[in-house]
Design a protein around this ligand. Structure first.
Ligand code: SAM
Length: 209
């Protein structure tokens, strides 16, 4: 499963990522939430939803094999301004090897504030989530979104992708948030939409209202 050499020579990084992802999905399908890592196209669209160069600190939730992480760095987020939270032990280890310049924290995004406290981090400007939010119970969703905004304050930006047609932040977790779709990505399996959430409108949105 983890070796496609018999098909076409040395396996590529993408083959290995896919095999690792599938093996983690088989162990915990709801927790992994996808059969394959996001495409580079989806990674770029997620990164585009924030002002990467102006961000004071970006926290990525559910780093997986690092597709969105890579896109955030490529978009200009400085390595010392990016922290990745990943719950799965194997995926967290891979991220540490692949991104030695980043702070990778293995833990549950439900406990975001307490995971970051030992790093001396109490504020971030954006939280980018690749979590399978819709597979989670409503209380867990709500807790994760609350933790993200507790970390960011009123001016923060929360970004989440979804494969479905509706907002991936729902119910009580959505209360008080301004939501918008920032892009749709067909070149992903499955195709996905990127949603951005804020507590307060951006100045440009206020003047449009
Ligand atoms: C759909 S995958 C996305 C991975 C990667 N960001 C990408 O786009 O390819 C979801 C990831 O979130 C991680 N995850 C799920 N629940 C989590 C939680 N409560 N806290 C932290 N990570 C979690 C999974 O282990 C998995 O790596």
């Amino acid at each position: 499963m983890s070796d496609f050499r018999h098909i076409r020579g040395k396996p590529s990084k993408e083959d290995n990522d896919l095999a690792l992802f599938l093996s983690r999905w088989i162990r915990a399908p709801l927790r992994i939430g996808a059969l394959a890592p996001s495409s580079p196209h989806l990674g770029r669209e997620m990164a585009r939803a924030i002002d990467a160069r102006a961000a004071t600190l970006v926290v990525e939730l559910g780093g997986g094999t690092g597709r969105i992480t890579r896109a955030l760095l490529d978009a200009g987020v400085a390595p010392d301004r990016l922290i990745v939270i990943e719950n799965d032990e194997k995926l967290a280890s891979l991220l540490r090897i692949r991104f030695p310049q980043l702070r990778i924290v293995q833990g549950d995004a439900r406990d975001l504030m307490s995971l970051l406290a030992p790093l001396g981090v109490t504020h971030a400007s954006a939280v980018i989530s690749g979590l399978p939010l819709l597979s989670m119970p409503p209380e867990t969703q709500q807790r994760i979104v609350e933790q993200a905004f507790a970390l960011m304050g009123a001016d923060g930006t929360f970004v989440q992708f979804t494969y479905g047609p509706v907002s991936p932040v729902m119910g009580r977790a959505r209360v008080g948030l301004i939501a918008e779709v920032t892009g749709r990505v067909w070149r992903n399996f499955p195709p996905a939409s990127v949603w951005r959430y804020r507590r307060s409108a951006l100045p440009s949105q206020e003047s449009e209202a």
